[in-house]
Write a protein that binds this ligand. Structure first.
Ligand SMILES: *[C@@H]1O[C@H](CO)[C@@H](O)[C@H](O)[C@H]1NC(C)=O
Ligand SMILES: *[C@@H]1O[C@H](CO)[C@@H](O)[C@H](O)[C@H]1NC(C)=O
Ligand SMILES: *[C@@H]1O[C@H](CO)[C@@H](O)[C@H](O)[C@H]1NC(C)=O
Ligand SMILES: *[C@@H]1O[C@H](CO)[C@@H](O)[C@H](O)[C@H]1NC(C)=O
Length: 420
C-alpha cells in the first residue's frame, strides 16, 4: 500500500517537474529576442544575400557590416545591450538595432540596440550595458553581469521617480557609470521640458538659472490681457492616476473645500474626477483650459529631486497659471512670480492667493510676462534634443566616453530623501 502511494507521489512529482521545466524553457526562449542559432542563421543569411536583412518580428534593418567585428565599421558602431527586459519603458521605445535612431532622424544613428547578450559573443564587448531602474533595483547579485570591461559604461535608466522605486541597499554603489533619468545631473536626461530664451538658445532647466526679474520683463500686451478675460473658472486638474505617493489627492480635495469658501471651483477631469475630456480630443481640452481656467494643478504623483513632468509644460503652454506640487526645486524650471507652489503655501493660503489673483486681472496678467522672454518645449520636439538621440550622441562624444566616471554613492544620489 505504502509502496503504491509513494510511487504515485513520485509519478505526480515527476509530471509536475517536467511541466515546470518545459514552462521554464519556453519562457526562457520567448524572453530572448533571438537564440544563438537564430542569430547565426540571420548572419549567414545576411552574408549570402543583400546588404540588409529584416528581422521577422519587427521592421528593423541592421546593416551587414554591423556584425563584422573585425571590420572598421565596428569601430564606428556603438553597441548598447539592454540587460533588463526590452519590453519595459524606456527600453521599448529605443527600438531594435538602429531603428529608434533612424526613425527619430537623430544626428547620430550609428548605435545598435539589442537585448541579445550573445550578439557579440562576449558581454564585455558592448559599449554600453543599460539597466532599467525598476528592474535592476530588485535584481540579485548573480543576475547582474559577472564580468565587466573598464571601458564599458553601465547605465541606470529610469523615468520613474525614486519615491516609487527606492534602492534599499548599497549594493549598486560603485556600479553605474552614467544615468539616464529625469534628474538634471544625469548624463542623459529624461526630460519633460526644455527652456529657450528669446534668441532661441537653450538655457535650462538647470541647477542654477539666471532668470530675468519679473519687474525687468516687458509688460503684457493689451491684446493678451483681453484674451485672458475670457476665463471664468478657477482651476482645473486632469488626473488619471488616483494612486499617488505624494498625497496630492488629499491635498486637492482640501483645496477644493478651501476654494469653496470663496465661491470658487476646482474641476477635476479624468478617472479620479467627475468630469471628462477624452484623450483623443486633447486639442479641444487644451483650448478649453486656455479659454476657461485661471489655474491648472501641475501636481506630481511623487516627490523626487527634479521630478517635474509634462504636467507643468501643459499649463505653461496653454496660458493657465501652474499650481505646482512636487519634490523639485522649481526655481530650476521657472522664474519666480509665474506660478504658485502648493506644497509651500498650504491649502488655505493657496486658495486665498488664487482668489486674490482672480479678482485682480492686472496682477494675474503679470504671471504671463515671461512669455515675451522664454519659451517651453518638449525634448522630443527636435532630434537635437530628443533623449533617445542623445543616448547615441553621447556614445559618439569621445571625451565623455573616455572619461572614467563612477557614481560612488548611488543610493544616496538616487533616494535624496529616504523612501525605504
Ligand atoms: C569583415 O571584415 C574583414 C576584414 O576587414 C573583411 O575582409 C570582410 O570582407 C568583412 N566582411 C563583411 C561581411 O563585411
Ligand atoms: C525662434 O524660433 C521661432 C520658431 O521656430 C521663430 O519663429 C523665431 O523667429 C525664432 N527667433 C529667433 C530670434 O531666432
Ligand atoms: C532652490 O534653488 C535655489 C537656487 O539654487 C536656491 O537658492 C534655493 O535655496 C533652493 N531652494 C530650496 C528649498 O532648496
Ligand atoms: C565604470 O565603472 C566601473 C565600476 O566602478 C569602473 O571600474 C570603470 O572604470 C568605469 N568605466 C568608465 C569607462 O567610466
Amino acid at each position: 500500500m505504502r509502496a503504491i502511494l509513494s510511487a504515485k507521489i513520485f509519478f505526480c512529482c515527476s509530471i509536475v517537474t517536467i511541466f515546470f521545466l518545459l514552462y521554464m524553457s519556453i519562457k526562457e526562449f520567448t524572453n530572448r529576442p533571438y537564440s544563438n542559432e537564430q542569430v547565426k542563421q540571420l548572419l549567414e543569411r545576411k552574408l549570402e544575400t543583400s546588404t540588409f536583412w529584416s528581422d521577422s518580428t519587427s521592421d528593423v534593418k541592421i546593416a551587414k557590416s554591423d556584425f563584422n567585428n573585425t571590420n572598421s565599421a565596428k569601430k564606428q558602431m556603438k553597441y548598447i545591450l539592454q540587460w533588463t527586459s526590452a519590453r519595459n519603458v524606456p527600453f521599448i521605445y529605443m527600438g531594435v538595432g538602429q531603428e529608434g535612431f533612424n526613425s527619430r532622424n537623430c544626428p547620430h544613428t550609428n548605435c545598435i540596440v539589442t537585448a541579445d547578450r550573445n550578439l557579440l559573443g562576449d558581454v564585455k564587448k558592448f559599449d554600453v550595458i543599460a539597466f532599467s531602474g525598476p528592474e535592476v533595483i530588485r535584481m540579485f547579485h548573480r543576475s547582474l553581469p559577472q564580468d565587466r570591461s573598464e571601458k564599458q559604461k553601465y547605465v541606470f535608466a529610469s523615468i520613474e521617480s525614486s519615491h516609487y522605486y527606492p534602492i534599499c541597499s548599497n549594493r549598486l554603489d560603485n556600479f553605474f557609470n552614467w544615468t539616464w533619468t529625469f534628474r538634471l545631473d544625469s548624463e542623459v536626461r529624461w526630460g519633460y521640458m526644455l527652456i529657450k530664451d528669446s534668441n532661441n538658445n537653450t538655457i535650462g532647466p538647470k541647477k542654477i538659472m539666471h532668470w530675468m526679474k519679473l519687474q525687468d520683463m516687458e509688460p503684457i500686451s493689451d491684446e493678451f490681457k483681453s484674451k485672458l478675460r475670457t476665463k471664468t473658472k478657477a482651476a482645473a486638474w486632469f488626473v488619471s492616476n488616483c494612486f499617488d505617493k505624494s498625497g496630492r489627492m488629499n491635498y486637492a480635495m482640501d483645496l477644493k473645500k478651501q476654494l469653496g469658501k470663496y465661491g470658487l471651483e476646482l474641476d477635476i477631469y479624468g478617472d479620479c474626477g467627475t468630469l471628462t475630456c477624452p484623450r483623443d480630443k486633447q486639442d479641444d481640452c487644451d483650448r478649453m483650459l486656455d479659454k476657461t481656467y485661471y489655474f491648472y494643478l501641475s501636481f506630481e504623483n511623487s516627490f523626487s529631486e527634479d521630478y517635474v513632468t509634462e504636467k507643468l509644460l501643459h499649463a505653461l503652454r496653454n496660458n493657465v497659471v501652474p499650481v505646482v506640487y512636487g519634490g523639485a526645486n522649481y526655481t530650476r524650471f521657472m522664474p519666480n512670480g509665474i506660478y504658485l507652489n502648493a506644497r509651500e503655501m498650504g491649502t488655505q493660503k493657496l486658495a486665498a492667493k488664487m482668489n486674490q489673483l482672480i479678482s485682480d486681472p492686472e496682477k494675474y496678467a503679470d504671471y504671463f510676462k515671461w512669455k515675451r522672454h522664454y519659451t517651453y518645449h518638449s525634448l522630443h520636439e527636435s532630434p537635437e534634443t530628443d533623449e533617445y538621440c542623445r543616448f547615441c550622441a553621447i556614445l559618439n562624444d569621445e571625451q565623455m566616453v573616455k572619461r572614467t566616471s563612477v557614481i560612488k554613492n548611488f543610493r544616496d544620489w538616487w533616494d535624496s530623501p529616504k523612501f525605504c
